[in-house]
Design a protein around this ligand. Structure first.
Ligand SMILES: Nc1nc2c(ncn2[C@@H]2O[C@H](COP(=O)(O)OP(=O)(O)O)[C@@H](O)[C@H]2O)c(=O)[nH]1
Ligand SMILES: [Mg+2]
Length: 447
């Protein structure tokens, strides 16, 4: 995500890297380029103005120019300012004092309300809550069915009501009653959407709001629609008073601008981001991470979090240490390849890694099950010594490994080559590049 903006900003910073120190002139030209990059990335012009002014006054007043390179300094300042615009800390979901907490998901048609209702239901139930889902999108018969199917897949309770009940208000109220009777502490209401903002819908939503008193009215915005998402967020907020935003489809080539702008325009926090179609593709929104991601530093924290769901924590820590110290052996390589299957598409993992823009070609790497099986078989056929030190694997060892794993010497050679590349990449990502180029700049994820 954020490819466009982060690539552009990286180009700006690359140019700055050549400059020896931060002067009024090179700062001015960098700011000009940052401004253009932000505007092109669909960031609202008012937000851009505020950001640039913040960066400028900070950069000029900065005392410790000597310890940073100009680009480091600008990156850090821009990042800090972005975090300010995005809201300084991750904002939490609100709950009612007396359960059940009613939460609405509102937004235009196709923005991802139904999908997000299911995702949020899953997230809540994994975080100690027991949500009840209900769709009040009575205009399209398939809409209620869609939520029912999703909820069933996730084994989440869904209130479907009487087949002939086509009243959003009575459906929602009945769901709330059901939640009280069955001890559910949250009611997630998936509402109807329209292609455009229209009065009829706003009236309906206002009625729902006044009789159900939701603690959260979450506006679901499609990040791909850029400024349109910002405009509709503003309209919904004026008419209804939203309490937060779920920004969906951040996995696509969404222009990062929407995240910065919606927060600014509505004053309401982003609470979640949708990063895929699958039910687990919903992440709590962390301003610092998103700002880092916009700037192309990647999102190592999200990566680690995701990895921890699949790998146990100890292993993840060990892997981190090995990556940094470059002790990444063939055995680790095998483990990682096995984990890849659990983690999902390589592309989505790489998207969270720092500086991935520089490893573009890797995005096209497809993880193929057969290939994984072959790679694992080859590594299994090595002796522990060989796995610990690939340098000793000479010609005769290669022939033995090929025989043992039922593969060819070429395939063994290919694997060793891939391993060598992975090692090199890991080294650059975790140690070399961040360590050298960003020098003393303290990044939250690299301690
Ligand atoms: N790639 C991606 N697709 C999403 C995401 N959220 C929703 N979608 C897709 O967007 C389409 C519309 O979603 P839906 O929930 O039906 O929208 P609704 O009309 O607002 O209820 C569906 O095809 C979803 O799979 C997301 O975070 N990433
Ligand atoms: Mg829907």
């Amino acid at each position: 995500m954020f490819d466009n903006l982060s690539e552009k900003l990286q180009r700006v910073f690359k140019n700055l890297r050549g400059e020896g120190k931060l002067t009024a002139e090179n700062m001015e030209s960098a700011l000009r380029e940052i401004r253009v990059a932000l505007l092109e990335a669909d960031v609202n012009f008012k937000v851009v103005k505020q950001l640039i002014e913040g960066v400028k006054s900070k950069a000029m007043g900065e005392e410790v120019l000597t310890s940073f390179s100009p680009s480091q300094q600008v990156i850090k300042i821009v990042r800090d300012e972005m975090i300010k615009v995005l809201g300084s800390h991750a904002s939490k979901v609100r709950f009612a004092n007396a359960p059940p907490s009613v939460m609405f998901l509102v937004g235009l048609q196709g923005s991802g309300k139904t999908t997000s209702t299911a995702k949020l239901g899953r997230w809540l139930s994994r975080n100690g809550h027991s949500p009840l889902l209900v769709s009040v999108d009575v205009y399209r018969p398939a809409a209620r069915e869609q939520l029912r199917v999703l909820a069933n897949e996730l084994r989440l309770p869904v209130y479907t009501g009487e087949a002939d009940d086509h009243q959003p208000l009575s459906l929602a109220k009945a769901a709330k009653r059901e939640a009280m009777q069955t001890g559910r502490d949250v009611v997630l209401v998936d509402t109807a959407g329209r292609l455009h903002i229209d009065d009829e819908l706003m009236v309906e939503l206002s009625e729902l709001k006044s009789s159900l008193s939701p603690v959260e009215i979450l506006f679901v915005a499609d990040a791909m629609t850029g400024q349109d998402a910002v405009k509709s967020a503003e309209a919904f907020h004026q008419r209804l008073g939203i309490t937060g935003v779920i920004l969906t489809k951040m996995d696509g080539d969404a222009r990062g601008g929407a995240a910065l702008s919606i927060r600014h325009v509505t004053g309401q926090p982003l609470k979640f981001v949708g990063v895929g179609e699958k039910p687990d593709a919903l992440e709590p929104f962390h301003p610092d991470r998103v700002a880092s991601r916009i700037l192309g530093m990647g999102d190592v924290l999200s990566f680690i979090e995701k990895a921890e769901e699949a790998i146990d924590k100890k292993k993840a820590e060990e892997m981190q240490r090995k990556l940094i110290e470059n002790e990444f052996t063939l055995e680790d390589f095998r483990d990682q390849i096995r984990q890849l299957k659990k983690l999902g598409p390589l592309e989505s993992i790489l998207g969270m890694m720092p500086q991935v823009g520089m490893f573009k070609e890797l995005k096209n790497v497809k993880v193929d099950e057969q290939e994984i099986t072959r790679v694992v078989a080859i590594i299994d056929s090595m002796t522990p010594k060989e796995r610990a030190n690939h340098m000793i694997i000479n010609g005769s060892r290669r022939r033995r490994i090929a025989r043992g794993s039922g593969t060819s010497v070429q395939e063994v050679n290919q694997l060793l080559k891939q391993y060598g590349q992975a090692r090199k990449m890991m080294k650059e990502i975790s140690g070399g590049m961040m360590g050298k180029k960003l020098g003393k700049l303290k990044l939250p994820f690299f301690g």
